[in-house]
Ligand binder design. Structure first.
Ligand code: HEC
Ligand code: HEC
Length: 343
């Protein structure tokens, strides 16, 4: 089966190369001839133009068929034609990771920016980082993940390939992925890498950037890197209810976090956990009464610590770092539970 897919991919590739050559012969535009340094479309193209060192997951040209396979693995756990086994019996990647931009400006992925964008665009509010732009990050499992998992994380720090593999086996409690499966996911990541048009350049900056690309590569690199974040930071909290003087919590924010965060997994329909919740008065009242406890039923506790997989029960809850839910947002969530339960 896989052989046939390969054969088809090959034929497809040859045909597309022929077509591409033919069409570029047909209309050689003045533009492409006179400006060899035309504006790159994606961040990685820009980095190549600048001459930056290529990351070890670098893919010269995205293969659409591989990307499609990667997308199916990410969304469904295996290929839709069922020619491979599911990565995990318990999870798919999208239980914890989004596939789209999470903030209006890729240079600002603060929880505040992510919340504002998420509320406006109805994006799930999840404990893990989005795959959109994952291709453009430079280190993985940063900060407290490094402290927490130690040796397990070391091979992932500068190798996206290994980060994917670690998450398949650890975060999603599944089997190790085969080489072609990881490659397919990398091609999919490449297809959703950051585009230059996603970055917030104003008109003059874009002109400046375009000039720098041919005149001053070091300055071009500096400007480019200011326009997106190169790592997803992660710092873990504890079960304390935050105290922020003068902060007035916002129930709308809290409602969004509950509905698009907690219920993303805890909704009955999601089928991820035994612990079904909904946004009715009963659930909210239950959570409100438990909020000060030092156990898994208390929101501040469960949100900051998560739970652990153990044999017999592999479904676990990933924790929200401060970067995925700020202290203020924790207060918003608690306030929503209070108001929503009529307290
Ligand atoms: C149960 C939740 C969960 C599932 C399922 C899951 N992940 Fe993750 N993943 C996490 C968490 C939590 C992190 C660490 C925090 C982060 O993403 O910034 C992480 C990190 C990663 C990272 C490194 C991100 C970074 O910037 O440090 C990659 C790459 C990744 N996961 C890929 C995958 C892939 C591919 C799948 C599906 C095969 C998957 N994950 C399934 C929770 C999950
Ligand atoms: C990525 C999926 C996911 C997200 C998001 C998530 N949870 Fe969980 N949660 C789980 C899983 C899995 C468990 C383990 C329960 C089980 O064994 O079924 C769990 C356990 C819990 C428990 C403890 C239940 C018990 O009996 O010990 C509570 C309470 C809880 N979650 C609340 C929340 C709240 C509040 C949020 C939002 C801030 C949230 N969860 C977000 C997946 C998730």
């Amino acid at each position: 089966m896989f052989k046939t897919i390969l054969q088809f991919t090959l034929i497809f590739l040859i045909v597309s190369i022929v077509v591409a050559f033919n069409s570029s012969d047909n209309h050689v535009s003045k533009y492409t001839q006179s400006t060899p340094n035309a504006m790159p479309k994606t961040v990685s193209e820009a980095l190549v133009q600048i001459g930056a060192e290529k990351p070890n997951h670098y893919i010269e040209k995205m293969d659409a068929d591989s990307a499609r396979m990667g997308e199916e693995i990410v969304k469904f756990g295996n290929l839709l034609d069922e020619s491979n086994k599911r990565i995990s019996k318990y999870f798919v990647c999208t239980d914890c990771h989004n596939l789209q931009l999470e903030s209006a400006n890729p240079a600002d992925e603060s929880p505040e920016a992510v919340l504002a964008y998420g509320m406006k665009n109805d994006v799930p509010y999840l404990p893990a980082s989005t795959f959109y732009g994952m291709y453009n990050k430079e280190h993985w499992y940063n900060d407290d993940y490094l402290k927490k998992y130690g040796d397990l994380v070391l091979p992932t720090r500068d190798t996206l390939y290994n980060a994917i593999q670690l998450c398949a086996t650890q975060c999603s409690q599944g089997r190790a992925m085969e080489h072609w499966e990881v490659r397919a996911v990398l091609h999919y990541y490449k297809s959703i890498e950051l585009k230059i048009s996603d970055l917030k350049f104003d008109g003059t900056e874009l002109m400046k950037f375009s000039k720098l690309l041919s005149k001053d590569k070091k300055a071009a690199l500096k400007l480019l890197k200011e326009k997106y974040t190169q790592v997803n930071h992660a710092h873990f909290g504890n079960s304390d209810i935050p105290v922020i003087e003068g902060y007035e919590p916002n129930a709308d924010n809290g409602e969004y976090i509950f509905n698009k965060g907690c219920l993303h997994c805890h909704d009955k329909e999601a089928g991820i956990t035994n612990f079904a919740m909904s946004n009715d008065k009963l659930t909210l009242g239950f959570l409100y009464r438990k909020k000060d406890k030092y156990n898994n039923l208390a929101i501040p506790h469960i949100t900051r610590y998560g739970t652990y997989a153990f044999s017999g029960r592999k479904q676990y809850m990933p924790k929200y770092s401060f970067e995925k839910m700020s202290k203020k947002q924790m207060l918003d969530l608690l306030y929503y539970i209070k108001v929503g339960s009529g307290n």
